[in-house]
Design a protein around this ligand. Sequence first.
Ligand code: PT1
Length: 277
Amino acid sequence: MQMDFANHRLDMSRCHVMGVLNATPDSFSDGGRFSRLDAALGHALQMVSEGAAFIDVGGESTRPGAQPVPLQEELDRVCPVIEAIHAEMDVAISVDTSAPEVMEEAVRLGAGLINDVRALRQPGALEAAVASGVPVCLMHMQGQPGTMQAQPLYSSVSREVGVFLMERVRLLEEAGMPPDRILLDPGFGFGKSLAHNLELLDSLEQLQTLGYPLLVGMSRKSMLGHITGRDVLERLPAGLAAATIAAMKGASIIRVHDVKETVDAVKVVSAMKEARA
Ligand code: PT1
């Protein structure tokens, strides 16, 4: 099952690593727009050389407690980065956005995947994604980033995530999106307790039976902090264990900060799986 991400064809029956590139001002020491762009491109180049198949460019933080960013600010952060990566690097570019205007502009500048943590629920996003001609990743989130960790509640988290995602898939396909341009993501840490995240991780094979490639992101998240008691920058070993589990369970794309280490972990799983055949 090949998928086309704007001139980057990838086999979704294999596992690929997506490197996180934050185009948010707090991510780099502030020396103005040029040096921020420079730093972002350096980071992207590094991740490509480490084996990232995708660079995920995001201008809005969606981690717990984060507030929305005005549209023009998001465009100003994301567009120059995408344009420059497209010009300079041989890698699939993903745009982490919920805004239809950003989707449209990002794809025009070379993005090959729309990664929307709000699963195209913003007005106009469904239509923009269909018109873009590139694949989309639909993610599950309960609530909004600002408040989603206050009181996450489910009767069965894996069932509810599956039902939500399939309802979004139905609407997206009705709007004209071909099924072979859709990926799904359970949304680790988005309105979920540790118990919810663990149940979801354990049930990835079931999610996969829905028939769409899976993308997962657990890198440095608080679920790993809760398990290990470690601060955010000390969570790499836990993140590699989580990535390994996800790869074993059939995830197609793993979204991480630490590309080099994750590529090696995924290679071990892939080598084992290929030795079976
Ligand atoms: C993700 C994801 C994402 N995560 C996709 N896109 C983030 N498709 C941004 C914490 O608990 O998993 N999948 N884009 C980052 N979001 C979070 C959420 C960061 C929770 C940190 C936490 O610490």
